[in-house]
Design a protein around this ligand. Structure first.
Ligand SMILES: [Zn+2]
Length: 620
């Protein structure tokens, strides 16, 4: 029987772990007021932040795609961990020891449940990284050490970046990890070993300098390995293949070290290799990252945007470095095909004599690397200049061809202000009137269609006054149970006309009622667990983070006003129903029934009047 973690321990983990810190490792969160934090959702592609985190209640919710939950849910969703693994990882960060019990509540010494595949692959990588770094001091690793020293990387630098050495043996790592209990399937699944022609398991990396590739939370998910010896038949760089952990279209080397600085400065520098990332960080450009064995693409942008917080207000900058005009030109033109706001925030830095940042630091020092990054040119300007440089502007024909060459580039820039700015600058240089250049651009642009903007998904229509009040009172029950408590519990689910709202109301009751609850992560988790449906669960999270409609602390008056507003239509409907029944009763023949209904009606009308008075309180 699989051991389970004691409920009390799970609650303690929820209380002790700061959800903002857990999520902050993947997404830059900014203060959004009212105790809420905001960021770009890691679960869907978005341009302005709708992903909310409320640390006081231990929950997150995305108003764009509807995902939500607590810190445990976040880890299971983003890292594919099981519930138990997510709790274990959080307990480890908080320094808490977990107790496992069997189905009868007897304490067990250790978890008997099997960790999931991803967790095992992560563990194998951690062990492999330790193995490689230990081998770097072996006599055999002399060439690897010299490679680092020659490029200006000392022992400390090697340690910071976790550089290691894959020894000259067929299965040194494989044997080491097998002895630690990893299975052949786990080693091949992790991309650390592969079957040889004879069927034996052999190491993927041999006789190479290796860099651990870590994700943004600093877990090692793969390796990059550089060839050191002439007789090595393999490519110069060899990387981990695609695995459940390692997706090269999403991997950014150095993101674990750079993410905080990227968030702080709103700037990121893209370089081409492991040594360039090291050189930049050591030279005082701690925002450098590199792709691993693949070109920079749309998925990389998506990931960086989360750290850059690339919203309308925050003006993020992405600086690409290139060792040469040709490479820069090609990449710049390619970047035009990416999304538009990316284009206007992209800059290019080209080393004058074709050196990469690592070589630049080696030959000219840290200062030169910092200067290279500082001398960045906007992508659009860079591309226009390169295009114009191909023509002789001293002749009328050259100027005409240059105009024709840059018009399509300008036409691809969607930012009107930016286009106007460039038209102003370049018309002068081409000896044209602004209007003339503008016509040329418009001529190209007229064939293009407008971008489609999808509307964000909205959960139960919050527009009607009634539904708004229903929503607000549920928020109070979740966020401020001690204020809403007894009043809330006294009103049953009838006034909640939206089925999802009604489901949440019922979940509050099933979780023990708001009257007995204490605000916090465990209350929200309790209500969430009491929901019969996933849709209601998502709504609980949404309501737990959504700001109240008042600017002050909620009080009993506010609660009673909202409850009066949602109850009024119910009682009014009962009044109308009673009146209809009274009309059908003949007062002279059925006097008793008539008087009884009439008495009820009087009572209900009195109730309606008091609800009306209460509902009219100006509380918002
Ligand atoms: Zn989302």
């Amino acid at each position: 029987m699989a051991g389970r973690i004691r409920d009390a321990d799970i609650q303690l983990v929820r209380e002790r772990v700061d959800i903002a810190e857990v999520i902050g490792e993947r997404v830059t969160l900014r203060n959004a007021g009212g105790g809420n934090l905001k960021g770009l959702c890691p679960f869907h592609d978005e341009r302005s932040p709708s992903f909310n985190v409320t640390p006081a209640r231990g929950v997150y919710h995305c108003f764009g795609c509807g995902v939500g939950g607590d810190a445990i849910t976040f880890l299971t969703e983003i890292d594919g961990l099981t519930f138990v693994e997510a709790v274990e990882r959080m307990a480890a960060r908080a320094g808490l020891k977990l107790t496992y019990e069997d189905i009868d509540g007897r304490v067990q010494r250790s978890p008997s449940s099997q960790p999931g595949l991803k967790q095992r692959l992560l563990e194998a990588h951690t062990a492999a990284a330790a193995f490689y770094t230990e081998r770097l001091i072996d006599p055999e690793a002399e060439t690897a050490r010299r490679f680092l020293t020659e490029r200006g990387f000392d022992r400390d630098a090697a340690a910071t970046f976790g550089c290691g050495y894959a020894p000259d043996a067929w299965d040194a790592l494989t044997k080491h990890l097998r002895a630690k209990g990893f299975t052949a399937e786990e080693l091949t699944g992790a991309g650390l070993a592969k079957p040889s022609r004879t069927g034996n398991l052999i190491d993927r990396f041999r006789r190479r300098l290796v860099w651990p590739i870590r994700d943004s939370s600093a877990s090692t998910i793969g390796f990059g390995a550089r060839k050191l010896f002439e007789d090595d038949q393999g490519p110069k760089y060899l990387n981990t293949p695609e695995t459940p952990l390692y997706k090269k279209s999403q991997v950014l080397y150095g993101i674990d070290l750079a993410r905080r600085e990227i968030a702080k400065t709103g700037r990121v520098v893209i370089v081409e290799g492991y040594t360039d990332v090291m050189a930049c960080h050591l030279a005082g450009v701690p925002v450098a990252v590199a792709t691993c064995g693949t070109a920079f693409g749309a998925e990389h942008i998506r990931i960086l945007r989360r750290f850059l917080f690339d919203s309308e207000s925050a003006n993020g900058r992405i600086v690409f470095t290139f060792d040469g005009d040709e490479a820069g030109q090609r990449a710049a033109l390619k970047a035009f095909d990416e999304e538009q706001r990316f284009v206007s925030q992209t800059y290019i830095a080209v080393t004058p004599d074709g050196q990469d940042p690592c070589e630049l630091r080696q030959h000219k020092g840290d200062e030169a690397v910092r200067e290279l990054i500082e001398r960045h040119t906007p992508l659009v300007q860079f591309a226009l200049d390169r295009e114009i440089a191909k023509h002789d502007l001293d002749t009328a024909e050259g100027r005409l061809h240059a105009t024709r060459a840059i018009a399509p580039l300008l036409a691809r820039v969607k930012d009107r202000g930016l286009v106007d700015e460039y038209i102003g600058d370049y018309a002068g240089r081409l000896g044209k009137e602004k209007a003339e250049l503008r016509r040329a651009v418009a001529g190209v642009a007229s064939g293009q269609s407008a971008e489609e903007v999808p509307a964000p998904r909205r959960s139960p229509d919050a527009d009607s006054t009634q539904l708004r009040a229903q929503r607000e009172i549920l928020k109070l029950a979740l966020q401020h149970p001690q204020v809403a408590g007894p009043y809330f519990d006294a009103v049953d689910a009838t006034p909640f006309t939206d089925p999802n709202y009604r489901a949440v109301r019922e979940a509050v009751e099933a979780a023990g009622g708001a009257g007995k609850a204490t605000a916090g992560a465990n209350w929200i988790a309790g209500v969430s667990a009491s929901c019969a449906e996933i849709a209601a669960q998502a709504l609980v999270n949404e309501l737990a983070v959504e700001e109240l409609r008042i600017d002050r602390e909620p009080d009993a008056v506010y609660v009673r006003t909202l409850l009066a507003r949602i109850q009024r239509p119910v009682v009014e409907a009962e009044v109308a129903d009673l009146k209809r029944r009274l009309q059908r009763v003949n007062p002279s023949t059925d006097k008793d029934e008539y008087m009884s209904l009439f008495g009820k009606l009087m009572g209900l009308e009195q109730h309606v009047r008091s609800l009306r008075d209460q509902a009219a309180n100006a509380v918002e």
